[in-house]
Write a protein that binds this ligand. Structure first.
Ligand code: ARG
Length: 442
């Protein structure tokens, strides 16, 4: 490989072209307003840039160069001649590349927000369709207490809600224009940084030119958000993979989200979910790369920083397509109500209710817990459940047991009643759904 090929980032950063052109148009408009370049030169440059943008939009390519900034400039020289060279007055590729990245990420933020919401909506829709289906809730992957399936999967919608909030929050840091920091020191030309910031839709301008060109925190932060979102999707994936296993059989995945085995004719493998789980490693890898890239790097700009885009773009691309896939998975997921509810019949899901029963009769909870543990151990020995108990046996464990004990032995009823705020009970659940619906309408 030739050194200039090694140095070139064009194959990676060409996707920044529209943002690069937009930034240059604003920069030249400002230069003209400040009479740093003449109005007629500015017009020529801006029209040239607009024609390049139009061609790129139509799918035409521009010849490669060391990077996208040089490629656009060379194309402009080809189209309008020497005047094009005035475009780079009072600017450096160092502030230019930060500008491009911020504009790009502002766009991606909107796309990502929409996609996160689409997954949330598909979860909500599935929850509404199966609102009162019961299933065992797990801790330590052991049967714990029964919950509504809808409550269970809505946990993931709230997880994603935090991802959406993180996306919104980091926008504050994207909306600060670095343009005018130049190479690292600013410039003696009478530029108007506020003007370019305004033209490009930024809310503020950076305070320190050195920090402006050295900062890749926003790249790292965005990649972190991608990583955490992917981690969330991987948790969903893992769960659905387990649930679609024959031993569970809680759900059936949409046919198109599975694929067959090349040797075992009966198999439908959850490949898409396995890939979401697998691709999560790419986003996490990107995050680690970026942190490592920045670690101990001296100020201000160093060419190391060019590597940021490899990591960022891969994390962004991986996350955006995975969100699409997950939306489709939820839209086509079939809930196997019978199997889910049947597995509430074992595993002593009502053990806590039994302890609560004794607590309501005045026994301290710790003691109630220990009595019920003994009863469960006794039942387990014979492979029986609470329904096998008679009042005589119960009284041998505690005189507080009475006939009304048998009224609490309904998984459905016990679930219905857990209406503490955020709980799985019918009322709490419907509040939760309303809250999420209103958030998703915003
Ligand atoms: N392609 C470079 C990057 O992505 C742009 C900045 C180049 N600046 C420089 N002084 N060589 O970081």
């Amino acid at each position: 490989m030739l050194p200039q090929e090694y140095i070139s980032s064009f194959s990676v950063d060409q996707r920044l072209a529209p943002y690069d052109i937009k930034g240059s148009i604003a920069h030249v408009a400002m230069l003209s307003k400040q009479t740093i370049v003449s109005a007629s030169d500015a017009k020529k440059i801006i029209e040239g840039l607009q024609s390049i943008a139009k061609d790129l939009e139509a799918g035409k390519k521009i010849p490669p160069a060391e990077d996208i900034h040089f490629a656009v400039e060379q194309e402009l020289i080809k189209r309008i001649g020497e005047t094009a060279k005035k475009m780079h007055t009072a600017r450096s590729r160092n502030d230019q590349v930060v500008l491009d990245l911020k504009l790009y990420l502002l766009d991606v933020t909107e796309t990502a927000l929409k996609k996160v919401q689409n997954v949330q909506k598909s979860i909500l829709e599935l929850a509404l369709k199966n609102q009162e289906v019961l299933m065992p809730g797990f801790t330590h992957l052991q049967h714990a207490q029964a919950v509504y399936f809808s409550h269970y999967i809505l946990a993931y919608a709230w997880m994603l809600q935090r991802d959406a909030e993180r996306l919104l929050d980091q926008k504050k840091r994207l909306e600060v224009s670095p343009l005018g920091a130049c190479a690292l020191a600013g410039t003696s030309f009478p530029i108007d940084r506020e003007e370019t910031a305004k033209l490009l839709g930024f809310k503020a301008i950076t305070e320190n030119s050195i920090d402006s060109v050295a900062d890749r925190d926003f790249v790292t932060e965005f990649t972190f958000i991608c990583s955490l979102t992917m981690v969330h999707l991987s948790r969903i994936s893992e769960e659905l993979i387990i649930w679609s296993n024959l031993e569970f059989n809680y759900v059936t995945l949409g046919e198109e989200y599975t694929s067959g085995s090349s040797i075992m004719p009966q198999k439908r493998n959850p490949d898409t979910l396995e890939l979401v789980r697998g691709k999560t490693s790419r986003a996490i890898g990107s995050l680690v790369s970026l942190l490592t890239l920045l670690k101990a790097q001296p100020l201000a700009y160093n060419r190391d920083l060019q590597e940021d885009k490899v990591s960022l773009f891969d994390a962004v691309d991986t996350t955006l397509v995975s969100l699409d896939v997950m939306e489709g998975v939820f839209k086509t997921l079939k809930v196997n109500k019978k199997e889910m509810e049947a597995s509430c019949d074992y595993g002593f899901l009502l053990a806590t209710e039994c302890a609560d029963y004794l607590t309501r009769k005045g026994l301290p909870f710790r003691e109630a817990h220990s009595i019920v543990s003994k009863i469960v151990a006794y039942l387990l020995k014979d492979g029986k459940d609470f329904s096998a108990l008679d009042i005589k046996t119960l009284k041998s464990y505690s005189p507080l047991f009475e006939e009304d004990f048998f009224n609490i032995l309904s998984v459905r009823k016990s679930t219905e009643l857990k209406n503490s705020y955020g709980g799985t009970g019918i009322l709490a659940l419907s509040n939760q759904i309303k809250k999420l619906q209103s958030l998703l309408k915003k």
